[in-house]
Design a binder for this molecule. Structure first.
Ligand SMILES: [Zn+2]
Length: 468
């Protein structure tokens, strides 16, 4: 493939030959070989493909196949009832997500039956702590049968209310039997349309079963992105050439933080197995705990803090000293900023999802969308890193803004070393590239996936806006 007249790293009208998955030649006025596919960039820029350093593919695919049951999609019981009735997904169950009590009050099976009773339905409360099923759902799960799980909620007559608290594990086993594997193909193409050529799946429960599903999707060409898989201690080494094993993922539950010794032991055990760790830290307390333990044990290359939602100056000092990588989600500032201003301790507000302070301290800073918990388009995260404004237009942490180039850099480093400088486009590099529809001097103003013309992974076009 020959891309002609491209703007590459500020130099315009360069030609780029891709062959065997790599950048084979860069120069001016390259002559197309017989039969070679030639794409005229018309002066538009070519940049490295994006790597989303923190995403949850299965959960995102499942969310794509679900009915949104809360604001901003649905506001009252009538809208909810209609959304459920109009749903045309496959499978026996309807799955709803994001329910908020402001829609139709507290839900139980009877209330849900009034809204929809033609198929079994399960709706997840926005808190993530509860699922609600209707009566057909209750029957399908055996809640009314002889052998229901012991501790489900019941009404005064001993009948199951359909409200299931913190039972995801139990539910997952039952549901998976009559559920198809999430549609990774559709999702993967959508990510390609944002310019994503690689992802790190940060799901802590990834193990052998998930690896098999992903490797099969890679082999079938349904999953188009390079994949780094974080996961549990049981996660084996992948065998597919597009897959890598990443860090051992540790979730810190803020309501129930582990003891210092127990976290220490988890980290040491992972390090002994030569695996770095990635610790989920959203609050000040969880970050200080993680850093305290890191100071006691030691760090190895690849150790990371996920989110670092609140990073006070004293924590930043330690992160710098221990050379830990941070993977952040700047778009939470946009998507959730208004709620943060209401709910987060004013003392912590200046330290929310910091960006510039990390770069100035020399801390490697990578970006991830955390989709489905954030929007999966990395360009929205870049935009938010530059603007730092909430949906209602309030600015959070004005000292933490990035330049468009720094924001792009959050998503262009390699999966093993998030936050290291993006590789310049050079001979021999793997041809994970994005062709935009305009020069970088214009694209940097926009910072949007609408500027994309084609996404190339290992020298192959995996997505194009229109025929090239
Ligand atoms: Zn996550």
């Amino acid at each position: 493939m020959l891309i002609t007249r491209a703007d590459i790293g500020g130099e315009d009208l360069l030609d780029l030959r891709l062959s065997e998955g790599r950048v084979y030649e860069v120069g001016r006025d390259l002559i197309p070989e017989p039969g070679e596919w030639e794409i005229d960039a018309e002066g538009a820029t070519v940049i490295p493909g994006l790597h989303d350093h923190h995403i949850h593919l299965m959960a995102l695919a499942a969310a794509d196949d679900s009915v949104a049951c809360g604001p901003p999609d649905v506001h009252d019981s009538e809208q909810l009832s209609r959304a459920l009735a109009l749903w045309e997904g496959d499978g026996k169950w309807i799955r709803g997500v994001g329910y908020h009590d402001s829609v139709a009050g507290e839900l139980n099976r009877d209330r849900l039956d009034e809204l929809y009773d033609r198929r079994p339905i399960r709706i997840q409360h926005r808190s993530g702590a509860m699922w609600i099923v209707n009566s057909l759902g209750a029957q399908a799960l055996g809640l009314d049968g002889d052998d229901p799980p012991a501790d489900i909620e019941r009404d005064d007559n001993g009948r199951a209310t359909g409200r299931l608290f913190r039972m995801d594990h139990w539910l997952r086993d039952r549901w998976e039997k009559n559920q198809s594997v999430p549609n990774l193909k559709k999702l993967s193409l959508r990510l390609a349309s944002y310019g994503v050529t690689g992802v790190t799946d940060a799901t802590p429960t990834n193990g052998q079963a998930e690896l098999s599903i992903f490797e099969e999707a890679l082999a079938k060409g349904e999953l188009l992105q390079h994949l780094m898989l974080m996961g549990s201690g049981q996660l084996p080494l992948p065998s597919h050439p597009l897959a890598l094993r990443g860090a051992f993922k540790i979730m810190l539950d803020d309501v129930n933080l582990p003891a210092f010794e127990s976290l220490n032991w988890q980290i040491e055990r992972a390090h002994m197995a030569e695996r770095p760790v990635a610790i989920h830290c959203v609050t000040r307390a969880s970050l200080l705990l993680a850093l305290g333990v890191f100071m006691e044990t030691h760090t190895i290359p690849g150790d990371r803090i996920e989110h670092s939602g609140v990073t006070p100056p004293e924590a930043l000092e330690i992160i710098k000293k221990l050379s830990i990588t941070v993977v952040t989600q700047p778009h939470f500032i946009h998507e959730r900023g208004d709620a943060y201003l209401k709910d987060v301790d004013p003392e912590d507000q200046p330290w929310l999802y910091r960006c510039r302070a990390f770069l100035e301290a020399g801390v490697p800073l990578g970006g991830g969308t955390d989709a489905p918990f954030g929007h999966p388009d990395p360009w929205r995260a870049m935009r938010a890193a530059v603007d730092r404004t909430s949906v209602s237009g309030q600015c959070l942490g004005p000292d933490e803004t990035l330049t468009p180039e720094q924001a792009l850099g959050l998503f262009t480093s390699s999966p093993e070393t998030p936050g290291t400088p993006a590789p310049a486009i050079r001979l021999g590099m793997r041809a994970d590239l994005l062709l935009l529809d305009r020069p970088w001097s214009e694209a940097r103003q926009e910072l949007s996936s609408t500027c994309l013309r084609a996404t190339i992974r290992a020298g192959e076009v995996i997505w194009a806006r229109s025929a090239l």
